[in-house]
Write a protein that binds this ligand. Structure first.
Ligand code: ATP
Length: 235
């Protein structure tokens, strides 16, 4: 399958001198749900931020849907949706206003039918007139996903979509992520947990100390790990 993201020899050295990404090469097939699995500080967020063009790379190239993320930033950015780890929502805004305003930021024409579909798919339709401050943490995270889908991106990044949620909400988020396939977007998510990567992803890339140490189809990785998966602790 063709790659929608191609990363070559990607390096990130922060101003402190710390080398957070050490020559990453990675291809992500179009239509995949891809999990970046790794412990705290492995470089997952840095990788996502560089690929989304939020943080500058120190060296290397990133192409997203055929656009170079540095030289062709505007085109590439309009094809990308990002749900960061921290919730960035306005407490007094309604669900509908938040999502449709986000679409406007990308200069897209109004399309209430698309916003309606996104809200219905994320089980937010009944809450469309609610202010965000009245929603639970899990629902707020769904609003963040709806916001990121508002401009019809081809690629959606979810940075630790289950951070800070309880076990029940975590499972419902797994379902939400799987259902996003229906939007025809390629999904790249980060997680600390092997079980979570297994539940949500088609393919898993293991990140450690700024390097991709392994990329496998989920089933192949699980077969390789065999019984060890029960004891593997990546945290
Ligand atoms: P977590 O799972 O805890 O979110 P992560 O895998 O996403 O971790 P990053 O947040 O990308 O890891 O951090 C990778 C490394 O880069 C860490 O050692 C972190 O301290 C360092 N780092 C991140 N941002 C900066 C920065 N702005 N300046 C210097 N070092 C940074």
């Amino acid at each position: 399958m063709a790659s929608i993201i191609s990363i070559r020899n990607l390096e990130k050295r922060y101003d402190s001198g710390f080398r957070a990404l050490k020559g990453i090469d990675l291809d992500i097939p179009d239509g995949d749900i891809f999990a970046l699995l790794g412990p705290n500080g492995a470089g997952k967020t840095t990788l996502i931020n560089v690929v989304c063009g939020i943080v500058n790379a120190s060296a290397g190239t990133v192409e997203a849907a055929g656009h170079n993320i540095i030289s062709d930033y505007r085109a590439a950015r309009s094809l990308i949706g990002l749900v960061p780890q921290e919730l960035t929502t306005d407490a007094f805004e309604t669900v509908w206003a938040t999502v449709s305003f986000s679409r406007g930021l990308f200069g897209k024409p109004k399309n209430p039918a698309h916003i309606e579909k996104v809200l219905k798919d994320l089980s937010l339709w009944d809450k469309r007139n609610n202010m965000l401050m009245t929603l639970s943490g899990g629902m707020k995270r769904r609003v963040m996903i709806a916001k990121a889908l508002s401009h019809e991106p081809k690629i959606l990044f979810l940075d630790e979509p289950t951070a800070g949620v309880d076990v029940e909400l975590r499972r419902s988020m797994w379902e939400v992520v799987r259902s996003l396939r229906e939007h025809g977007v390629t999904i790249i998510l980060t997680t600390h947990y092997l079980e979570e990567a297994e539940q949500m992803a088609d393919r898993i890339g293991v990140v450690n100390a700024g390097e991709i140490v392994l990329v496998e189809q989920k089933h192949e990785l699980m077969a390789k790990l065999g019984e060890k998966r029960l004891t593997l602790q990546l945290e």
